[in-house]
Ligand binder design. Structure first.
Ligand code: GLA
Length: 422
């Protein structure tokens, strides 16, 4: 057996004994979260509109079922005097959170909420430390379906043993009897998986994403070695999507957004949209909608085997500095990523041929590149015959023996292919 397959087999056997098994998130969660576009500027009207839009636009049918409220939803000045429970902001969420979850459920989608394992949330709202069961019970009573628990304002004991405190919440959620996706947001790439996958359905692997190509690249690089730890029910979380987000006048280009989405689907990442869904049906947002609803890309992400894509090879030519700039006359920087699939057949795979180039797309030292993938790098026999489908153009490219070489790939763009061994 080749090394790729044996590693996959080994890692799935290993994880079967360790992964969190609360029955939810058997494929990566898909939905929307308020933070990337709106930060603290949230209220019940935005959430209601988003629930309406995620359904009426067709995004829910494409798989995006969670509408998640991030930080700043609660009353900032404290808990209820008598019950010690968290209170929704009396002005911005005057109808309460339960009314929102009832509304979401009446439309066939789910509602998520946000908390913090420390004294206060990252934006300074009451945290959950010492109130784990109270808050889990409140969320369950409000019929919440997803909890993101953050890591700000923590005492040393939580810093030293985060697994104990996230573990309290995991147990408290289980005790409620309500299936709630538990998303751990402790932004530590190093060895998080050793504890997080036993108690959570996903764990953030990096600092916060922002609307920049550099941020997307840095997160891709930090997730490169984490493929053995993803498994149905337990996912590495490289943070939420920036496709279509416009913040402080910044946005990703169409190629960059397509690359970002392609990698996140291949990496078995939770797919949480960050853009303003009230605009998703505007004509100038059609490209955003088309990226987010590509059926084949979503099918890769949701494949039941839960295998996280891995970096197969990188081709770096010329002298490239730490920031990715070319210091020679010309440079090439391409990458090939891949993963096995179980659909449409057991001999299916997905691969990304990525022209990473330099940090600036107009840098003429980098050019468009043809990129080759050899079937042996995915564990197929080196003379295998493989049917290649282009995911973004939706074209059948034919059957190729041994390898496939793309047409020139634009800078910061990918060719994303689905493969079926014949
Ligand atoms: C942290 C998290 C973000 C977001 C903010 C909210 O920075 O990593 O995703 O939830 O807190 O304050």
């Amino acid at each position: 057996m080749n090394s790729f397959l044996s590693l996959l087999l080994f890692s799935s056997l290993f994880i079967l004994t360790l992964s969190h098994n609360n029955g939810v998130a058997r494929t990566p969660p898909m939905g929307w979260n308020s933070w990337n576009q709106f930060a603290c500027n949230i209220d019940q009207d935005l959430l209601t509109d988003t629930i309406d839009q995620i359904v009426s636009s067709g995004l829910a049918d494409a798989g995006y079922k969670f509408v998640n409220i991030d930080d700043c939803w609660s009353y900032k000045n404290g808990r209820d005097n008598k019950t010690n429970e968290l209170i929704p902001d009396p002005v911005r969420f005057s109808r309460g959170i339960h009314s929102l979850s009832k509304y979401a459920h009446s439309k066939g989608v789910k509602l998520g909420i946000y908390g913090d394992v420390g004294f206060t949330t990252c934006a300074g709202y009451p945290g959950t430390l010492d109130h784990f069961q109270t808050d889990a019970d409140t969320f369950a009573r409000w019929e919440i379906d997803y909890l993101k628990l953050d890591f700000c304002d923590i005492p040393k004991k939580v810093q030293d043993e985060p697994w104990v405190y996230f573990g309290y919440m995991s147990e408290a959620l289980n005790k409620t009897g309500r299936p709630i996706v538990f998303s751990i947001c402790a932004w530590q790439p190093k060895e998080m998986y050793k504890w997080a996958r036993k108690i959570g359905n996903s764990w953030r692997t990096t600092d916060d994403i922002n609307v920049s190509w550099q941020s997307v690249l840095s997160i891709i690089d930090q997730n490169r070695e984490l493929y053995p730890y993803a498994e149905p029910g337990s996912w590495n979380d490289p943070d939420m999507l920036e496709v279509g987000v416009v913040r402080d006048g910044r946005s990703l280009s169409q190629n960059q957004a397509r690359t970002h989405f392609s990698l996140w689907t291949l990496l078995s990442a939770p797919l949480l949209l960050g853009n303003d869904l009230r605009k998703i049906r505007d004509p100038d947002q059609k490209w955003v909608f088309d990226i987010l609803t590509n059926r084949d890309a979503i099918a890769v992400n949701q494949d039941p085997n839960g295998a996280q894509g891995r970096s197969l090879y990188q081709n770096i030519q010329g002298k490239i500095d730490r920031d990715g700039n070319c210091e020679s006359k010309n440079c090439t920087r391409t990458e090939v990523w891949g993963r096995p699939l179980t659909r449409p057949t057991k001999q299916s795979y997905a691969a990304i041929l990525f022209n990473r180039a330099g940090p600036n797309v107009d840098d003429e030292k980098f050019t468009q590149e043809k990129i080759t993938i050899r079937w042996s790098s995915l564990g197929m026999p080196s003379d295998a015959k493989v049917r290649v489908k282009d995911i973004w153009s939706n074209k059948d490219l034919g059957v190729y023996q041994g390898s496939f070489t793309s047409e020139p790939v634009e800078k910061h763009n990918v060719v994303y292919i689905r493969l079926e061994q014949q």
